[in-house]
Design a protein around this ligand. Structure first.
Ligand code: SAM
Ligand code: SF4
Ligand code: SF4
Length: 337
């Protein structure tokens, strides 16, 4: 089996299907204007499906479609159909801001999508407008409930928590999710990309998030799914569901990271915080065979040494400290979260 220098296999493939987004979330992509990748540079569905099948042959059994906003990619259901019929894919998931979910969920589900993650950081419409800077809360909620009515399961709600912005929304989000049968996952605010002005003061740690929830709704730790998932899961002691916390900053999980990322323009990134990617599109478009492409991917993975979040934590705890701005990274909208 293919393993990197720390003996980590490649199990998950996150595919950004577009760098375009109809939101401008302050924590991800705060620019008003952005130079989107040229359409001809974006991988076609055929190219994505071919690469995905090669990754599956190398050990991937879980695929997530993301972006940018993946539902902006016209005909996404065609890609879902191709990927859901790949032998060896045990889990196919979509992460979306939810704004177009209500109108697209039927086609997505019909094409084979079984589950979805929807980003939602607050239930307050004004605050939603401040954080996400485009779109509106009502459409996202409509999308969530449409997904529920079409039987997608589980439906996970992703909430990025930023100090002084939405740390006072944690309990509301928990209650909303418990009431409606969604699994909420709180995500520590990270220094993704180059422009969200992250500082450690803006971080609300997993410990703090759990303390806030536990004071109202006592929790019991369940652990990480398969021992390696980013989220540490908890169940409510009263039996009414579960939640997760993704503590990439305060409790990094690089030692078990089996995630590869394919950018919208066809680059392989081996870490969410990579500065550059490896150009697989050039291989595809220059006529490389499947064997040649698999050999290139294998060579990249075998040399992989990424453990950015582990290193960040060491730096944060050192006298010198950690400055996000010192590290240039691929933008999150291109890389896929
Ligand atoms: N546009 C889709 C969405 O918002 O769900 C998919 C792409 S988005 C980049 C994927 C995930 O990354 C979302 O759940 C989003 O909340 C998360 N994310 C973006 N910026 C983040 C940050 N600075 N820290 C933690 N998570 C972040
Ligand atoms: Fe927000 Fe997702 Fe768009 Fe980033 S990609 S700006 S998280 S909606
Ligand atoms: Fe994986 Fe990089 Fe995140 Fe560590 S920082 S868990 S290596 S993506």
């Amino acid at each position: 089996m293919l393993r990197d220098t720390y003996d980590r296999p490649v199990k998950d493939l996150r595919i950004s299907v577009t760098d375009r987004c109809n939101f401008r979330c302050t924590y991800c992509m705060p620019f008003d204007d952005y130079e989107w990748a040229d359409k001809k540079e974006i991988l076609t569905f055929e190219e994505i499906a071919r690469l995905a099948s090669l990754f599956v042959q190398l050990g991937v059994d879980k695929i997530r479609l993301t972006g940018g906003e993946p539902l902006l990619r016209r005909g996404l259901e065609k890609l879902i159909r191709k990927l859901s019929s790949l032998n060896g894919v045990k889990d196919l998931c979509l992460t979306t801001n939810g704004s177009l979910l209500a109108e697209k969920v039927y086609a997505l589900q019909f094409a084979g999508l079984k589950r979805v993650n929807v980003s939602l950081d607050t239930l307050n419409p004004e605050k939603f407008a401040r954080i996400r800077r485009r779109g509106n809360l009502a459409k996202v909620l409509e999308g969530l409930f449409a997904a529920k009515s079409y039987g997608l399961d589980p439906i996970k709600v992703n909430a990025v928590i930023e100090r002084g912005v939405n740390d006072d929304d944690i309990v509301d989000l928990v209650e909303f999710s418990r009431k409606n049968g969604f699994t909420i996952r709180f995500i520590e605010y990270m220094d993704v990309g180059n422009s969200n002005n992250w500082t450690s003061e803006k971080l609300v740690s997993k410990k703090e998030i759990l303390a806030i929830i536990n004071a109202r709704y006592p929790l019991r730790e369940v652990g990480r799914d398969k021992g390696s998932a980013p989220s540490v899961d908890y169940e409510f002691i009263d039996g009414s569901g579960e939640l997760g916390v993704i503590a990439s900053v305060s409790e990094p999980f690089c030692s078990s990271c089996s995630r590869a990322r394919l950018t919208a323009d066809g680059k392989l990134a081996t870490c969410l915080f990579s500065a550059t990617g490896h150009d697989l599109k050039a291989l595809l478009r220059n006529g490389a065979t499947d064997e040649e492409i698999m050999e290139v991917i294998s060579a990249i993975w075998r040399k992989r040494t990424d453990r950015y979040s582990d290193e960040r934590l060491v730096a944060m705890n050192s006298a010198r400290g950690y400055r996000a701005k010192d590290h240039k990274k691929i933008e999150m909208i291109n890389l896929g979260g």
